[in-house]
Design a protein around this ligand. Structure first.
Ligand code: GLN
Length: 232
């Protein structure tokens, strides 16, 4: 089914570095699961996009401040976010996980984080999780604007552990980053494409229609397989 776009062009906010969902390739062009899925959805449904890769917290603000029509950034659908966003159908099943520098044998459970420094990206589900469990495990939190700063800090030993979405940690490890995940991931949390609550319902509808079609034709699996070795 084809839905009629209501705008000449939709401005899409996204993260700066959240591989394999969005990242700059060696030609400095953005690619990844989110980028490919939405670009293909636009082709299939016949709407135009303008990408704005400004970071996760920046994207949330841009949509809420009407500087962007929507965001796709490996954004987890949560009840809290549903108060200010409307989400598409879920397009990826995710979850968060702790990662430490490879070779660190000190941290085997959350209890081992007592007195340690743990990092996460500002405004994310991981940052929320760390905040919620801070008293219980007795660590301190360091927040980062970008994944680069976060991952550099744990590899460099400035912080002891990081919390991030498991496919993103998995991708970093597959790219040779010396990290390891000693604790089983926290389950749950699907990604959704999001608009400001009550706005541009046609955009979500176009995405949902295209997603359904891409799943049917196998294009969805192809895009995932391109970026995630085991298909997940
Ligand atoms: N899935 C996480 C969240 O929604 C992280 C997203 C991201 O860092 N781009 O908070």
């Amino acid at each position: 089914k084809k839905i009629e776009p209501k705008k000449e062009e939709y401005v899409i906010a996204s993260d700066t570095a959240f591989a394999p969902f969005e990242f700059q390739n060696t030609d400095n062009k953005y690619e990844g699961i989110d980028v490919d899925l939405l670009n293909r959805a636009a082709e299939l449904q016949g709407f135009k996009l303008k990408w704005n890769h400004i970071g996760f917290a920046g994207a949330v603000q841009a949509v809420q401040g009407n500087q962007a029509d929507a965001m796709i950034a490996g954004m987890t659908i949560t009840d809290e976010r549903k108060q200010s966003f409307d989400f598409s159908n879920p397009y990826f099943e995710s979850g968060i996980q702790l990662a430490i520098k490879k070779g660190n044998t000190e941290i085997k459970s959350y209890d081992d984080l007592k007195g340690k420094k743990v990092g996460a990206k500002i405004g994310t589900e991981s940052a929320d999780f760390l905040q919620k469990n801070k008293e219980k495990y007795g660590y301190t939190i360091k927040q980062y604007d970008t994944a680069d700063g976060l991952y550099d800090s744990v590899r460099g030993g400035q912080i002891d552990a990081i919390m991030d979405d498991y496919p993103v940690i998995g991708y970093a490890i597959s790219q040779g980053q010396k990290l390891t995940t000693p604790i089983k991931r926290e389950s749950g949390g699907s990604y959704g494409f999001a608009v400001k609550k009550g706005q541009s319902p046609e955009l979500l509808e176009m995405f949902n229609e295209a997603l359904k079609e891409m799943k049917k034709t196998g294009e969805y699996d192809k895009i995932l397989d391109k970026y995630i070795a085991d298909g997940n």
